[in-house]
Design a protein around this ligand. Structure first.
Ligand code: DP6
Length: 340
């Protein structure tokens, strides 16, 4: 029996991955930049047992859905092939945060699965090779392998599309106050959404904007320039959502003019952020493919921002039931020797 446990953090993209050059290998059309989130972890134990007759996947101790199990086992297969081991696998995984709410559980999930599987099989891979492998499970998982602030180099092919550290977690004391506005799963998965990105008439404009934006965000992180950083990431989130909102497609039952990942509560928060800044608060938002609003602020402003969100919730006619998840920059994927 060979077993290993790995922890990986979800990551929050400041410059987004939206649109793929190769959707089998998850090779993106552009570089992206992110930060690992301390409060959003996946902990995964992988065990290869010669006596086991079939692959099994447990999420929080219960049998995983067929779809999830199939995707996870397909990923283990990629790695199993590299090692020459043929035993069946038991995958046991849990998250410290709710999935499908705009915090990418696939990122931490596939990063932890990649590292635990390679370790259990005795493969010693470089950070770069782990990132390449994790990317094939889910693109954003490539960015959860290195620690702290990370850039994923889009590349052109399997070997040159991987993420590297821009700066360690202690580079900058910024905080993400994530406001989870609903626990409902989103209508269009990010994997499906990526394929629709090129439908948008604004795709070209976003592509042209990106090299300069990547430079500014990278530089702002290195120089700890919060204002430049904040303006860029907020504008970038809206640029990605402009693509999403204009990706017309035939949906299941009828034609849709775009993908709407927001709920009314999302918009309530986005508008509040503009007012809060007018009143002098240091806060900017970003959003992924979901309704969760991520509020970025300097670490010493965390209480002010959390209190503002709580007051806003209290001011609603009905308690909106928002959940706050506060994260600092976090390390990369790592093995834990004695899991509880
Ligand atoms: C909006 O990594 O979930 O969060 O590669 O198909 O698994 P797949 O997609 P995924 O896409 C994440 C998209 C995003 C932006 C980002 O994280 O950069």
């Amino acid at each position: 029996m060979q077993s290993s446990t790995a922890v990986a953090h979800a990551n929050l993209a400041f410059v987004k991955y939206w649109g793929k050059r190769d959707s089998t290998l998850n090779i993106p059309l552009n570089n992206s930049i992110s930060m690992n989130l301390s409060a959003a972890q996946t902990i995964t134990t992988v065990t290869f047992d010669e006596d086991q007759t079939q692959d099994r996947v447990l999420v929080e101790g219960s049998e995983a859905s067929a779809k999830f199990a199939e995707r996870a086992c397909r990923h283990v297969d990629r790695i199993r092939k590299l090692s020459g081991v043929d035993s069946r696998v038991l995958i046991e995984t849990r998250n410290t945060f709710p999935a499908s709410t705009g915090i990418a559980s696939s990122a931490s999930g596939f990063a932890a699965l990649t590292l635990a599987t390679t370790a259990a099989l005795g493969l010693k891979l470089s950070e770069r090779d782990l990132s390449i492998l994790a990317r094939q499970g889910s693109g954003s998982a490539s960015r959860s392998i290195p620690g702290g602030f990370v850039e994923w180099h889009a590349g052109q092919a399997n070997e040159d599309s991987y993420a590297v550290q821009l700066a360690p977690a202690d580079q900058w004391e910024v905080v993400d106050v994530a406001v989870l506005v609903t626990a409902e799963a989103k209508q269009v998965s990010s994997s499906d959404g990526h394929l629709l990105a090129l439908q948008s008439p604004f795709w070209e404009a976003r592509t042209q904007m990106l090299p300069a934006r990547l430079d500014r965000v990278r530089q702002a992180i290195l120089e700890r320039d919060f204002v430049t950083f904040g303006r860029e990431i907020e504008a970038e989130a809206m640029a990605m959502h402009a693509i999403m909102l204009t990706s017309a497609h035939e949906a299941e039952r009828a034609w849709h003019s775009g993908i709407y990942y927001w709920t009314p509560d999302t918009l309530t928060l986005l508008m509040a952020v503009q007012r809060w800044r007018d009143a002098g608060m240091q806060v900017y938002f970003t959003l992924d493919a979901g309704p969760t609003v991520h509020l970025m602020c300097p670490a010493d402003q965390e209480q002010v921002v959390s209190d503002a969100v709580k007051h806003l919730a209290q001011a609603q006619a009905v308690d909106p039931g928002w959940t706050l998840l506060v994260s600092k920059p976090a390390p990369g994927a790592h093995i834990i020797e004695n899991p509880a």
